[in-house]
Design a protein around this ligand. Structure first.
Ligand SMILES: Nc1ncnc2c1ncn2[C@@H]1O[C@H](COP(=O)(O)OP(=O)(O)OP(=O)(O)O)[C@@H](O)[C@H]1O
Length: 590
């Protein structure tokens, strides 16, 4: 049975500041049994209690080309989507572009293009980036599409008919850059580049202006207690925990009604308010509804919507954790199951952003470091709780150490004709590596087996909580252990002419290939091309790569191993080529 699941994500401005934390380097504790573990039924079943799962990811604002931060949101969502597919879910993964609003109206004017042509051009750049980086979305939505307009108009009418939108006057601070309203306490004095006194948002640093106009207001203030009930009853609704706490804190503050329209004379690039051609719907209300549009709203949508999970940058948390759930409660719709929040990529300690112009071009970097190289770096170094500074040096060092040397080196050792002249998955000998002591294996080898046996469950737990870097930490630690296993037993010194040696040599290779099979399978959501290359080299067929019933080293448990004796796949070269600083500098100069 295929199970449903959908991802959606969206872009916007910085409204939240966090202290930069050093990376957590927690090494996952793998349970150890000092009595030399004898394990049974190691087959790992990835089940969730609720077999119907639905998850979503952001749409990106098209006022400029994509940068590395945008790719990061998409890669996280893609990784989780692929993970669900490998579990046998029917996963729906939605991304796309947010195309209305004053900033786009202004950017199009500046570019001398009509807004739709401008949006189409930038939207295509996002699509191109995503296809270059293997972002396997199933739905791509543009907020300028007719299906979305219909959904927004319907949504608005539901809120209006319930009396939750009313016509009123808005007067207050507004940041066009952030497309957001601010309380007086969120505004500070500043001086612009020409020495003029201005007011800025304390959170984003962007200029704010006093705005006074008649428009439609949403009764946000009516939803505070329902939001608190929702969060208190669902402590894992917003992850990581620090962001959940931040939202609870915001809910202690003032929650005034929200202006949800603009005068059309100021903003014409947007969806008109149904029944009032003088007003345009607020870009955030418009954009957030994209998640529903993709789910099928206003037609049949429950199937997907009741299982929605969002991936968002911390800059758009307030929109997703306060405004969006309030809109949904108002419309009588269920709330997202989880809002996964990630932090920012910085350059020299400053948030990478279009406005600051300190962006890293993700397309160019993925051409240099490969798509999988970039994906691996972003997911291995990106920590949801804290910001991370980007440098090319970090990428080179990480990829060379973990993909080229550690994983690639292990595969190369175990498949090279010198150690594996028959080019097969060799036999495992239980006498050489018995469940109890007495063979040629030593205690570290048993610990390694135990660690690799437990790895799928540990990785699953980290994928579930979006701590992908922890999943990679755990995999890397196991790869290191397997390299240590090979190094310790120096199979190249064994003499194939002696039966005992030959059996032990084959066993060492068999165990190492089994470890590699587990690593390759678990890495599929992160580095799909590298995993495919690795698994194909091991002779693992596409139908044998699922996370369901991933059974490590069945021969150790006295079970049949379908790979034993099977010919290896073709050698298609090194797993991941070494990155040389000079070559990258030369490419950068071009
Ligand atoms: N530096 C970053 N690190 C990680 N993710 C980012 C970063 N910048 C943007 N994002 C992701 O992209 C989304 C939207 O970003 P947006 O289009 O507003 O870009 P921006 O560079 O922040 O724009 P601006 O410079 O105009 O503020 C964010 O919510 C987040 O998901």
């Amino acid at each position: 049975m295929r199970l449903p699941c959908l991802f959606v994500s969206r872009s916007c401005k910085a409204v939240y500041r966090l202290h930069q934390n050093p990376f957590s380097s927690s090494v996952l504790a793998v349970p150890r049994d000092q009595r030399l573990p004898v394990w049974r039924s190691a087959s790992t079943h990835f089940c969730t209690d609720d077999r119907s799962y639905y998850i979503t990811t952001p749409i990106f604002y098209v006022n400029a080309s994509p940068h590395l931060g945008h790719l990061y949101s998409a890669v996280i969502a893609d990784c989780l989507h692929r993970y669900r597919l490998l579990q046998g879910f029917n996963s729906k993964f939605s991304t796309g572009t947010d195309e209305h609003g004053l900033k786009i109206q202004q950017a199009a004017e500046a570019a001398g293009k009509d807004p739709l042509t401008f949006c189409t051009d930038v939207s295509e750049r996002f699509k191109h980036l995503f296809s270059s980086c293997n972002i396997a979305y199933t739905d791509y939505i543009r907020t300028t599409e007719q299906r979305h307009r219909r959904a927004v108009e319907h949504f608005w009418s539901v809120l209006w008919n319930k009396g939750l939108i009313y016509k009123g006057g808005y007067e207050g601070w507004y940041s066009t850059q952030d497309e957001s309203f601010l309380m007086p306490s969120q505004v500070a004095d500043a001086v612009d580049s020409s020495g003029k006194d201005i007011k800025v948002s304390l959170e984003s640093g962007h200029k704010v202006e006093w705005m006074k106009e008649e428009n439609y207001m949403f009764r946000l203030s009516a939803f505070r207690s329902q939001l608190l009930d929702w969060l208190r009853g669902n402590p894992r609704a917003i992850q990581p925990e620090r962001f959940y706490q931040a939202v609870l804190q915001w809910l202690q503050e003032d929650l005034p009604d929200l202006s949800v329209s603009r005068q059309r004379s100021r903003l014409h690039w947007g969806i008109p308010v149904p029944g009032d051609a003088e007003q345009t719907i607020y870009v955030w209300l418009d954009a957030l509804v994209n998640y529903l549009t993709v789910a099928g709203y206003p037609d049949k949508h429950d199937h997907w919507w009741n299982m929605a999970h969002h991936i968002v940058g911390k800059d758009i948390l307030k929109f997703h954790a306060i405004y969006w759930p309030s809109f949904l409660l108002a419309a009588g719709l269920s709330l997202p199951k989880t809002i996964y929040v990630h932090s920012h990529w910085t350059v020299g300690g400053k948030k990478m952003s279009k406005s600051l112009g300190n962006v890293v071009d993700p397309l160019e970097r993925s051409q240099i470091f490969t798509s999988d190289g970039m994906r691996y770096f972003l997911l291995r170094q990106g920590v949801p709780d804290s910001d991370c500074d980007y440098t090319d040096e970090k990428v080179i060092k990480l990829l060379n150490a973990e993909l080229t040397d550690s994983l690639g080196g292990l595969l190369n050792r175990c498949t090279a004709p010198a150690l594996n002249p028959a080019q097969v998955y060799p036999s495992f000998c239980l006498q050489s590596f018995p469940c109890e002591r007495g063979g040629r294996a030593v205690s570290e080898d048993y610990h390694m087996l135990d660690a690799v046996k437990n790895l799928p469950a540990i990785v699953q737990q980290h994928y579930e909580s979006m701590h992908i870097y922890k999943a990679l930490e755990a995999i890397t630690a196991c790869v290191r252990q397997t390299n240590g296993f090979v190094q310790r037993h120096t199979p190249w010194k064994l003499d194939r002419r002696h039966t005992q040696d030959q059996r032990w040599l084959d066993t060492i290779i068999h165990v190492s290939l089994e470890c590699l099979r587990i690593y390759g399978t678990l890495l599929q959501p992160i580095v799909p091309e590298i995993s495919n290359k690795l698994l194909s080299r091991l002779g693992v067929q596409p139908g044998e790569r699922s996370l369901v019933a991933l059974n490590f080293l069945p021969r150790y448990q006295g079970m049949h191993c379908p790979f034993e004796g099977r010919a290896l796949g073709l050698d298609s070269g090194v797993l991941f080529s070494r990155m040389e600083r000079q070559n990258i500098d030369k490419r950068n100069e071009k």
